[in-house]
Design a protein around this ligand. Structure first.
Ligand SMILES: C[S@@+](CC[C@H](N)C(=O)[O-])C[C@H]1O[C@@H](n2cnc3c(N)ncnc32)[C@H](O)[C@@H]1O
Length: 330
């Protein structure tokens, strides 16, 4: 039958190409069983999802690679290139992934807007034409383990040299399936010691909300139904007496950093807190702690958290492996 200039088959194709990229893998698989057209479109969605976990939002595609017997071609989550507040409208967004139209990388303007909505704090910033070490007020040595960068109220743009970590992931990465650890993040090119690798993007949570989620995640991960990615870091305040706890949950909404596995020997990444000038919340960023070769897995130590007797088994393979994954005290 024809409606207007289009046949039913063409209309179904048009509708399915728009809708299927919004479906979860389970719903996508169910729709693929309905007819040949849907099966064909679902296969295209799956192959584009596998080709780029970042949905075109990073400079380079970040593919999933699975050579194990596991049937999962990719891991499903919503992608954000920068951290968001858990109660912001974007934390309940749905996202098209694997459609024929590629989203294209976030523009500088979108990035600045994203940073502004999350980090707006004090009206502090520099007015340099060109920020230089020693001249720009925002450019300081690390203070109490926190790196300072230019921020939302500075006159400079995202190309400023003192914004190393604000333009998304600058290098080629891939997400490789491991039979025991699940998905793992790997370098797809050599990385030099000290290079910025990626930010840990996800939902900023209050400590209370993080404690509730951690409890649920602990229970679910013991059953093997979830791979939680809630990172807790602490910023020590100048008094030395108090610390600011930063909780970022990348379990449902995050970037490629959510696939970094734990290594008992500290791995090849170090996590630094980075504060944009004038902002209240620090960001969490990974830098290479050693030279890293192409194909090498990226890892870091999940931290000075406790080793629970009934914790998950650790398969990091390092000489000093404790055998159990550290987990955060709620
Ligand atoms: C932040 S996620 C890392 C990505 C995860 N492998 C995945 O497939 O999504 C943390 C989870 O990965 C797994 N994991 C991380 N490091 C591991 C290790 N050294 N040994 C075993 N499992 C590990 C655990 O299931 C942990 O709860």
């Amino acid at each position: 039958m024809k409606r207007g200039n289009l046949t039913d088959e063409q209309l179904l194709h048009q509708w399915a190409s728009l809708v299927l990229p919004y479906l979860s893998p389970r719903d996508l698989a169910a729709s693929a069983c309905a007819c040949r057209t849907l099966s064909h479109i679902a296969a295209g969605v799956t192959s584009r999802r596998t080709a780029d976990a970042a949905r075109g939002l990073e400079r380079y595609p970040i593919p999933f690679v699975n050579t194990t017997a596991s049937p999962h071609p990719y891991s499903y989550f919503l992608y954000t290139p920068h951290p968001i507040l858990s109660n912001s409208p974007s934390s309940s967004f749905s996202q098209s992934w694997g459609g024929e139209e590629s989203r294209g990388i976030a523009t500088d303007c979108e990035r600045l807007q994203g940073l502004r909505s999350c980090f707006g704090g004090f009206e502090v910033g520099c007015d340099c034409d060109r920020c230089e070490e020693g001249k720009c007020a925002c450019w300081s040595d690390m203070e109490l383990g926190v790196l300072k960068e230019c921020g939302e109220n500075c006159a400079c743009g995202l190309t400023c040299e003192n914004r190393r970590t604000q333009s998304g992931i600058p290098i080629r990465l891939k997400i490789v399936r491991d039979a025991r650890k699940g998905w793992s993040l790997h370098a797809a090119e050599a990385i030099r010691r000290g290079d910025f690798v990626c930010e840990y993007a996800g939902e900023y949570l209050t400590t209370e909300a993080a404690q509730i989620r951690l409890k649920t995640y602990d229970e679910l991960s013991l059953k093997g139904t979830i791979s939680p990615a809630l990172l807790v870091a602490r910023e020590h305040l100048p008094s030395g007496k108090a610390c600011l706890r930063v909780n970022i949950d990348a379990t449902k909404i995050g970037n490629a950093a959510r696939f970094i596995n734990h290594s008992c020997d500290g791995g090849n990444l170090k996590l630094l807190l980075v504060r944009n000038s004038g902002s209240l919340l620090p960001r969490l960023c990974f830098f290479a702690s050693v030279d890293i070769s192409e194909d090498e897995e990226l890892s870091f130590s999940y931290g000075a958290s406790t080793i629970k007797e009934n914790g998950l088994p650790c398969f990091c393979g390092s000489a000093n492996c404790s055998g159990v994954l550290p987990s955060e005290e709620t």
